[in-house]
Design a protein. Structure first.
Length: 287
């Protein structure tokens, strides 16, 4: 079982390179960072994970994920680095293709791109996203990214994402590009989306029992789409409290290959936060 660390970084967390290096030294397989662009001053979206339904204020202060990952890449040599998750519809796809390829190049092929469509309507609208069409926007962005990574004189003509033939470099080290994991949570819709166009799934809080139910469905649908289901990778994002060894084993038996433990370093030293998760690496090694 691979164990990753997901850290919510702000200007108070410390240097992303030092935090990623600590994760690498502790034996974490991967180091992920989160993304939110802005928090509108007024909104009606209810945030279910807080008592008052308010979106955490620090979401407005999260470090840009690709800046953080560039620093992390320079400070490490083995640990995989990634987003969990990048709100891809809120970003220009050409700029995103360039920055992700650049990070993959300088990290020697260690980038994992976790993507999602977003749940925060007002944030999406500030960033110019039609919230009702955000999943279509995400799919088109993923398809366009792969084209931009793969060759020159490439174009894309979606309903939302479109550009004429262009040349773009550098190209990623990983071929055909960094793995794109879909961070969709609702199994009713997520399974088909993963099977259709993602390289894997990274939902938050999925139980081992639900994973055992959903993963075979995704693989079956992937085969129906003409894709190789054995090439898909399944990760689950969990809280910092982490799973027991028995629960880790249940995830492993369900087909999950990576557990990512999420911790907040909003106003704390990120190195200490990651160090506090280190026991789970040792626990997984005994499986």
């Amino acid at each position: 079982m691979k164990i990753g660390a997901l850290v919510f970084l702000t200007e108070q967390s410390g240097n992303p390179g030092a935090i990623a290096r600590e994760a690498e030294n502790l034996g974490f397989e991967s180091f992920f960072v989160a993304e939110h662009m802005v928090v509108p001053s007024t909104y009606t979206t209810h945030y279910p994970r807080s008592r008052d339904g308010k979106v955490p204020e620090f979401y407005a202060r999260l470090i840009d994920p690709f800046v953080a990952l560039a620093i992390a890449a320079d400070a490490t040599s083995r640990v995989k680095i990634g987003t969990a998750i990048c709100l891809l519809p809120q970003r220009d796809v050409i700029e995103t293709a360039k920055v992700t390829a650049s990070i993959d190049l300088y990290s020697k092929g260690r980038l994992i791109l976790g993507v999602g469509a977003g749940w925060f309507r007002e944030e999406a609208e500030v960033m110019g996203v039609n919230f009702a069409r955000r999943w279509q926007h995400l799919r088109e962005s993923v398809e366009a990214l792969r084209k931009l990574w793969s060759g020159d004189d490439v174009s894309y003509a979606g309903e939302i994402v479109k550009f004429p033939p262009v040349k773009l470099g550098p190209k990623p080290v990983q071929k055909p590009g960094p793995p794109i994991l879909l961070g969709a949570h609702d199994p009713k819709y997520a399974l088909k989306r993963v099977a259709r166009y993602a390289d894997g799934w990274c939902p938050g809080g999925l139980s081992a029992e639900k994973a055992r139910e959903c993963i075979p469905q995704i693989k079956r649908m992937a085969k129906e789409f003409g894709r190789d289901p054995d090439q898909l990778e399944f990760s689950v994002l969990l809280g910092a409290e982490g799973p027991s060894a028995d629960v880790m084993k249940q995830y492993q038996e369900a087909g999950v290959t990576r557990l990512v433990l999420a911790a907040s370093a909003v106003s704390e030293d990120g190195v200490k936060v990651v160090r506090g998760l280190g026991s789970f690496v040792e626990r997984a090694a005994k499986l």
